[in-house]
Design a protein around this ligand. Structure first.
Ligand code: C2O
Ligand code: CU
Length: 462
């Protein structure tokens, strides 16, 4: 599809002309960010004005084969500058979509050509990375699926379920414009009052008894940690944050999916035709159906063997723990704990009150917000061990751009490869990354209000 000038202008808030960058690279397709309408609330309610990629919230499922090049021209028809981050992709730094670190934000009416190779198969996602706290909450996210270049386990089907929540004004059904409300920033973040799957309230799906399915779950919410479970389905976790597990692991009764995290499951439909099956969400008041699954006649459900692991992604080297450089990350701030000693913000030491006036409520190692100095610099091939200490009263989903890292157990054992780790309140956690991807990379909490309120730094690999 070729964008024409009128199309681009139609949704823009102001009459804006396309910049010179709008000439499409060969083979490039458009990804257009613009206002749209979506049925977020239950069907008896009105539609909600959202910001959408290609007219839908979430945006289209972008699907490629491992090793392919993603070429998309972001066309900004929003009333704000924007940029797209390709979450979890071990990407070329210039394509990472972080304003003022890897590119300039794209002004309204202009465009930016994203063009990069997808080294890894798996479940990823894309989202706005400018004023993310607002832009992601308005709908600017979508699934990015990279298929294995070789055949994986035999399946009867696959589902991509992007979970999200929305804060709607109960009267107008519009997105509540309380972005950056100090209470959200300093507490658990912006938690919505409508939970959706693929943008739909109470999504229903149909399967057949006995089917074996791959479920790709993505948490695109600003701050909500989903506690999930299965009913009528039984299966295995086969990948976390896109990366295959060496051995599939039975799905536990309950499992957490923190903001930005993904989990791939292979499940067998063990419910018979007409019996209940659900993706469940556990809330204080009990289990709620996140996806309502109708089971049709199929084969007789039977106990099946665990699937083969997914083919591994390229190995950029295991961490070398003996020569690793140690980096501590002290997470501080927020309601109920605060930062007694204040923190440095824009080169000045401020006390808590002065920080709050700047909208800053969190710090990493005494630094609020991204500083001129990186958290660490490392060279390619080097291993960095990061020890998190969460000295706050809230859990945080810590995310590194550019690399996946290995979890490190208390016994020092190397665990799963992830790009986002949930560090519970008052807890410590350790990860190790073998640096292989040069560039300046962001490092932040994926509770987007926390990131906007100081829990953000960066690191550099050269
Ligand atoms: Cu989904 Cu800075 O990330
Ligand atoms: Cu946080």
């Amino acid at each position: 599809m070729k964008p024409n000038r009128r199309q681009v202008l139609a949704g823009a808030a102001a009459a804006v002309a396309l910049g010179p960058q709008s000439v499409l690279a060969a083979g490039s397709k458009v990804l257009r960010a613009a206002p749209a309408m979506a049925q977020i609330a239950p069907p008896e309610f009105a539609q909600t004005p959202v910001w959408a990629f290609d007219g839908t919230a979430p945006g289209p499922v972008l699907r490629y084969t491992q090793g392919a090049r993603l070429q998309r021209q972001l066309v900004n028809a929003l009333p704000q500058p924007t940029a797209v981050h390709w979450h979890g992709i071990r990407i070329d730094n210039a394509m990472d979509g972080v304003p003022d670190l890897t590119q300039s934000a794209v002004p309204p009416g202009e465009s930016f050509d994203y063009d990069f190779v997808l080294p890894d198969a798996g479940t990823y996602w894309y989202h706005s990375h400018n004023q993310s706290m607002e832009q992601v909450a308005r709908g600017l996210s979508g699934a990015l699926i990279v298929d294995e270049a070789t055949d994986g386990p035999a399946l009867d089907g696959e589902r991509v379920w992007l979970l999200d929540d929305w804060r709607l004004d109960p009267e107008s059904i519009e997105i509540h414009d309380s972005f950056g409300a100090f209470h959200d920033l300093s507490h658990a973040g912006r938690i919505g009052n409508i939970v959706t799957t693929n943008g739909t309230f109470e999504l229903t799906d149909k399967v057949r008894a006995g089917d074996r399915l791959r479920l790709r779950l993505i948490n695109a919410a600003n701050a909500r940690i989903f506690e999930l479970g299965l009913q009528g389905l039984r299966g295995w976790i086969v990948a976390l944050d896109g990366m295959p597990l060496a051995r599939p692991r039975p799905v536990p009764d309950r499992f957490a999916l923190a903001p930005a995290q993904r989990v791939d499951l292979i499940v067998d439909v063990i419910a018979g035709a007409g019996e209940p099956a659900h993706l469940l969400r556990h809330e204080r008041e009990g289990a709620i159906s996140q996806v309502w699954i109708e089971v049709a006649e199929g084969t007789t459900p039977r106990v099946r063997a665990a699937p083969q692991p997914l083919p591994p992604n390229p190995d950029f080297g295991a961490p070398e723990m003996r020569d690793a450089r140690a980096v501590g990350v002290l997470m501080q701030g927020g309601a109920m704990r605060g930062m007694a000693g204040g923190a440095e913000y824009r080169g000045r030491k401020l006390d808590m009150r002065a920080l709050a006036r700047e909208g800053m409520f969190w710090a990493l190692n005494g630094q609020a917000d991204r500083n001129a100095r990186p958290l660490f610099r490392a060279s390619r091939g080097e291993t960095v061990r990061i020890a998190f200490a969460n000295d706050t009263a809230f859990p945080h989903a810590m995310h590194l751009h550019g690399h996946h890292f290995h979890l490190v157990g208390e016994d020092g054992r190397i665990g799963d490869l992830r790009d986002t780790i949930l560090v519970d309140a008052g807890r410590t956690a350790e990860v190790a990354l073998r640096c292989h991807n040069p560039g300046k990379w962001l490092f932040h909490c994926h509770m987007l209000g926390h990131a906007a309120a100081g829990m953000m730094t960066w690191y550099e690999v050269s």
